[in-house]
Design a protein. Structure first.
Length: 281
């Protein structure tokens, strides 16, 4: 039986834009943050996710921003800047890759494995133990759907437990990813309304400094009584070799955040707060 949970058909449900397809890790992260009683709006690209939120086609969106192994997704910081969306929260999701097949297929029946290139790479140690042809696809969940709909008895895919549940596939080898402690961080996006959760203890922002010796050190040195949990530079396309600096700040109370923001404003040329929100677990 295919998955019978909520894909969304109720006008009162929140519509959440994700990059990828139903059954993807973005879908799991959306369920983790919002619950299953939501409508999923699949988008082909991260920019399409941002556009759907900005234009009101979705109530909120979910966008991967970094992975514990692969690092930051730099283009997505540029999307945050360009689209002027507000970060409303975050989700940390353990990435568990599973080998799955049709219900009546066994390991010896597999001749090829089709999945996203990153999923194949994350499971390469396991795959190297077998003489299977590897086929790169657009999306892990889309590969699961393709196998189920076409009844491919000699093809397996690597995808999430949710994808197996939704498309009626059997997990024949669970958690085959080489590195088990693999997490992706997702940002929850909404249209800018300047509202701050009273329980907020984290902020994401970027700043720009003078292009002078010691400017970055001066900006960072002004922070006190607060945890700088993320520092990421990314280029300014219109100014070669000049950079914006994304930072995540963790604080015990909003007064500490406001005080440090004031200090930072005094020593930077430009500053923009993406959002002040409650940190994810």
């Amino acid at each position: 039986m295919a998955w019978s949970g909520f894909l969304g058909n109720n006008a009162n449900m929140q519509k959440i834009a994700i990059q990828g397809y139903t059954g993807s890790f973005h879908h799991i992260a959306a369920n983790l943050y919002f619950g299953r009683d939501i409508e999923i709006l699949p988008c082909d690209t991260f920019r399409a996710v941002a556009a759907a939120v900005k234009q009101g086609d979705a109530d909120m969106g979910l966008m991967a921003i970094e992975n514990s192994i692969a690092g930051s997704i730099i283009p997505n910081y540029c999307i945050l800047q360009d689209e002027n969306l507000q970060v409303a929260g975050e989700v940390y999701l353990p990435i568990k890759q599973n080998l799955m097949v049709l219900p009546d297929v066994e390991l010896e029946d597999i001749r090829e494995v089709e999945s996203h290139s990153m999923a194949l790479l994350q499971c390469i140690d396991y795959l190297d133990e077998h003489n299977w042809k590897l086929i790169e696809s657009e999306d892990t969940a889309l590969s699961a759907k393709h196998i189920a709909q076409n009844g491919l008895r000699h093809t397996a895919t690597i995808a999430s437990e949710l994808a197996a549940e939704m498309y009626g596939l059997k997990i024949i080898a669970p958690e085959i990813n080489t590195i088990k402690s693999n997490y992706t961080r997702f940002m929850v996006l909404k249209r800018y309304d300047h509202n701050i959760d009273e329980q907020a203890n984290k902020a994401s922002l970027y700043f720009k400094t003078d292009h002078k010796e010691g400017s970055l050190l001066k900006a960072l040195s002004c922070l006190e009584g607060i945890n700088l949990s993320k520092l990421q530079s990314y280029p300014i396309p219109s100014e070669p070799w000049h950079y914006l600096f994304h930072i995540d700040l963790e604080f015990a109370c909003l007064d500490d955040y406001i005080r440090n923001l004031t200090h930072l404003q005094a020593v930077t040329r430009e500053i923009h707060v993406y959002g002040v929100y409650k940190s994810g677990k």
